[in-house]
Design a protein around this ligand. Structure first.
Ligand code: DAH
Length: 342
């Protein structure tokens, strides 16, 4: 087809569309000209046969034709009164508002994770990530867990062969982060964890933790007081003014010294109520100073660095913050429950 022929064909097609008598005719012309097997797409496909020097001008003309046809088709459709392809008039008030599906709400666990990330971001912590399927080294060995430790038992951990397991804690992300970076390191690692627990009101075989890790060089030694101040800030921001923390001595293989961390009860402000079982305190986390053995496992010199780590349960925080009595409510996806917390 020459350019002149193309012009003629364009004029004819537009005239044809203008003369279409009803919506069905408009639709037939749409198919004829710009439908998938229409004559204009066919011309585009045949472009390779047009001599090279004529191709740009020809291509432009074909595109212009295509646009003109599309515009004329919609104009003619409108002139014919919005009748649909079958020819029937649309029997609806198009100015009515549509059906509104309503937005969902954020899951309480998502809210706690996002809020925690925002609080720690204000203290200079970034978010690190690791896989849920871990190896023995990252989940146990490098965290200074002795080979006979009961947590490695087949009845406590989901194993896939000898070296592969569903992580039982977010602590392996400490190992990954240290192996891939040099101090200073300041990260939190939220994520899903797994244990072979029988489900009841306070246990679930999969749950979430948020790990924290701060390691710095010997020019900036890190102390237990630093850890306490950061967790005290977190407690206040997450649970409200007046909430404080206390440390109780404990043991974890990967920290020395190790502590368990309690928040003062946000409901009774420490006086004693049902939420804190009359004690005034609620256990929320484990923490401590990173054990020198862990630094050795990741290739750091324990004489050159120091740091603290902590790990808390996301479900635990969500349950005390929102007054949720049963952990299973967090997994049932009952929107009557979820909407109350959104
Ligand atoms: N990983 C421990 C657990 O799952 C929690 C924990 C304790 C994390 C002490 C830490 C820590 O980083 O320092 O029970």
């Amino acid at each position: 087809m020459t350019l002149a022929e193309l012009e003629k064909a364009q004029a004819e097609s537009l005239a044809e569309i203008s003369a279409a008598a009803d919506a069905a005719a408009v639709e037939a012309l749409r198919v004829k000209y710009i439908g998938r097997n229409g004559s204009i797409p066919a011309l585009i496909k045949a472009m390779k046969d047009v001599p090279k020097e004529e191709r740009p001008a020809f291509g432009k003309a074909v595109q212009a034709w295509r646009e003109a046809v599309a515009v004329r088709l919609s104009e003619r459709g409108a002139e014919l009164g919005g009748a649909c392809a079958s020819g029937a008039k649309i029997d609806a008030d198009l100015t009515m508002p549509g059906r509104w599906r309503g937005l969902g709400v954020k899951h309480p666990l998502t809210r706690v994770i996002e809020e925690s990330a925002a609080i720690f971001a204000r203290l200079g912590f970034t978010v690190a990530d690791g896989p849920e399927l871990e190896n023995r080294f990252n989940n146990f060995t490098a965290l200074n867990t002795p080979a006979h430790h009961p947590s490695m038992d087949r009845s406590d951990t989901f194993w896939f062969g000898d070296d592969c397991l569903l992580r039982t804690q977010t602590s392996p992300v400490q190992i990954r982060t240290m192996m891939a970076n040099k101090p200073p390191i300041r990260v939190i690692c939220p994520g899903r964890t797994y244990r072979r627990d029988t489900t009841d009101a306070t246990h679930s075989a999969n749950f979430h933790q948020i790990e924290g890790l701060y390691v710095d060089t010997k020019e900036k030694p890190v102390s237990l007081a630093d850890l306490k101040s950061v967790l005290a800030y977190f407690a206040k921001e997450m649970m409200g003014d007046g909430v404080t923390v206390r440390f109780r001595p404990h043991f974890f293989p990967f920290t020395e010294p190790s502590v368990e961390v309690d928040f003062s009860c946000h409901v009774c402000k420490g006086k004693g109520c049902n939420v804190c079982k009359q004690s005034g305190w609620i256990e929320v986390a484990g923490a401590g100073m990173v054990d020198p053995r862990v630094f050795e496992f990741v290739g750091y010199d324990p004489a050159e660095v120091s740091g603290y780590a902590f790990g808390f349960g996301v479900e635990r925080i969500a349950m005390i913050k929102y007054g949720i009595p049963d952990i299973r409510w967090l997994y049932e996806n009952d929107i009557r429950f979820l909407n109350q917390l959104g």
